[in-house]
Design a protein around this ligand. Structure first.
Ligand code: 6CS
Ligand code: FE
Length: 303
């Protein structure tokens, strides 16, 4: 298989400093830009910040069945013992469930929701497929946080995603408020790639999905970017959406509140950006973390 030149060396090939982004943030051509569904104003915000918050996009009632289905999955002992379910490092609670769209037809249909698909196709300027889907769950009083990172840094080095042409759609299944560990993002951080120090251990995902140490930028780099762009924390009721670019730096705190925080993530990749060999030189991660086989373009289905 042809391997693209590594434009974003990190880890084994670590260099200090930042590497300017080599591709557009919005891949739509002029016609796709004008056609919508995202307005010029929304596109400009996404371009500038690396994310776009659409508070109250769906009603809480529309997403309630997904939360209930998660509850069922969490009670299924077979699924809970599988690799795709990640437990919280300190508590016997679920932290993440991967491959939601292959576990449940309701989640699968949601990835093809005509409105979601149209927004993502506009941003990526092409047909798309699901690179990864997951629920990140933070139980009340005990859900742990996530370190600062760019998803693209991991997907590039551990999965072989060549370029920054992927977007995460996060759907809040519970309210996200200031107390239950919502996502924090650094506006503008998507404009450069921050190489991360450290070698990638074999099967790093076993560790990194519980608590990440490799693939975390230096504190100095995070401080510089946060001093320049600030930190934002999009909040909203269940049903709110967040679209975020694959290279935007983000993190979240532990959930000290009594209220659960449960967010669904669909990661869409452009069909023109399919995975190659991991740039870390390690063996590829499992299909449920980075799709290699199931990469047919998605077509819309009505909810
Ligand atoms: O390793 C991954 O693919 C993932 N890890 C984090 C911390 N965020 C995105 C992604 O699910
Ligand atoms: Fe992430």
């Amino acid at each position: 298989m042809l391997q693209t030149t590594d434009l974003y060396p990190t880890r084994e090939r670590y260099t200090e400093g930042r590497i300017p982004r080599n591709e557009p943030v919005i891949h739509a051509d002029t016609v796709q830009r004008a056609e919508g569904p995202l307005s010029e104003n929304e596109l400009e915000k996404y371009q500038r910040d690396g994310f776009l918050s659409l508070e109250g996009y769906f009603s809480p009632q529309a997403v309630a069945p997904f939360f209930d289905e998660l509850d069922q999955i969490e009670k299924d002992p077979v699924i809970c013992r599988s690799d795709q379910v990640i437990m919280d490092p300190n508590q016997q609670k679920i932290r993440s469930v991967f491959d939601m769209h292959n576990l449940s037809s309701a989640f699968d249909r949601m990835t093809r929701h005509p409105h979601l698909l149209a927004m993502v196709q506009q941003l990526l300027g092409s047909d798309v497929y699901i690179h990864q889907s997951r629920i990140n769950d933070k139980a009340g009083f005990c859900g742990n946080g996530f370190e600062w990172h760019s998803d693209f840094e991991t997907w590039h080095s551990e999965d072989g995603m060549p370029a920054m042409r992927a977007v995460s759609v996060s759907i809040m299944l519970t309210d996200n408020n200031a107390f239950n560990g919502p996502l924090m993002l650094i506006p503008g951080s998507h404009q450069s790639f921050v190489p991360c120090p450290g070698e990638t251990p074999d099967n790093n995902w076993n560790q990194s999905l519980r608590s990440q140490t490799v693939g975390v930028p230096s504190r100095g780099a995070v401080a510089d970017l946060a001093n320049a762009g600030g930190i934002e924390q999009p909040l909203g009721p269940a049903g709110s959406l967040l679209l975020f670019e694959c290279n935007t730096l983000h993190a979240s705190n532990a959930n000290m509140s009594p209220w659960p925080r449960s967010n669904l993530f669909f990661v869409y990749n452009s069909v023109d950006n399919r995975l190659e060999q991991p740039f870390s030189g390690k063996t590829p991660r499992p299909e449920f973390l980075g799709a290699r086989n199931n990469t047919r373009p998605l077509t819309a289905v009505s909810p």
